[in-house]
Design a protein around this ligand. Structure first.
Ligand code: HEC
Length: 111
């Protein structure tokens, strides 16, 4: 692997490869949401009111399959979750930013 020789003189290919993998890991953290994790969090925190498939089981909760509530940027939806809304509890301190964005990404798979 020529990259390791030119880019990291004196280090072996394995060390260079590990640096490369670590670098890629940092590069994608915070950018790509984890939908699987979002789904897990949704079942845990949200499905009780919003239903397993996004069709609400609670009066007054929006239907994610039909409503316009998801037609907003991820950050705005995450903020709404942090603050809570109406009968919905606030998730500030319960989920971190990363987890909120994972859940929002999962919501988008329900519509
Ligand atoms: C206790 C029941 C309940 C739980 C639990 C709950 N919600 Fe809600 N959710 C509601 C209700 C009711 C509304 C409508 C609030 C309103 O507009 O008055 C709502 C609204 C929303 C909205 C629209 C917010 C907006 O700004 O218009 C989103 C998005 C949402 N919920 C996602 C979630 C997610 C994701 C979770 C889990 C982390 C969750 N909810 C947990 C009841 C709940």
């Amino acid at each position: 692997m020529t990259l390791s020789r030119t880019g990291f003189p004196g280090t072996g290919t394995l060390a260079a490869g590990m640096l490369l993998v670590a670098g890629l890991g940092f590069g994608t953290a915070g950018v790509a949401a984890d939908i699987n994790n979002g789904g897990r969090l949704y079942s845990l925190h949200c499905a009780g009111c919003h239903g397993a498939t996004g069709v609400p089981t609670m009066v007054g909760a929006p239907d994610f399959k039909r409503s316009q509530v998801l037609m907003r940027p991820d950050a705005q939806l995450a903020l709404s979750l942090k603050r809570g809304r109406g009968a919905m509890p606030a998730y500030l301190g319960i989920m971190n930013e990363r987890e909120l964005l994972d859940v929002v990404a999962y919501l988008r798979t329900l519509s």
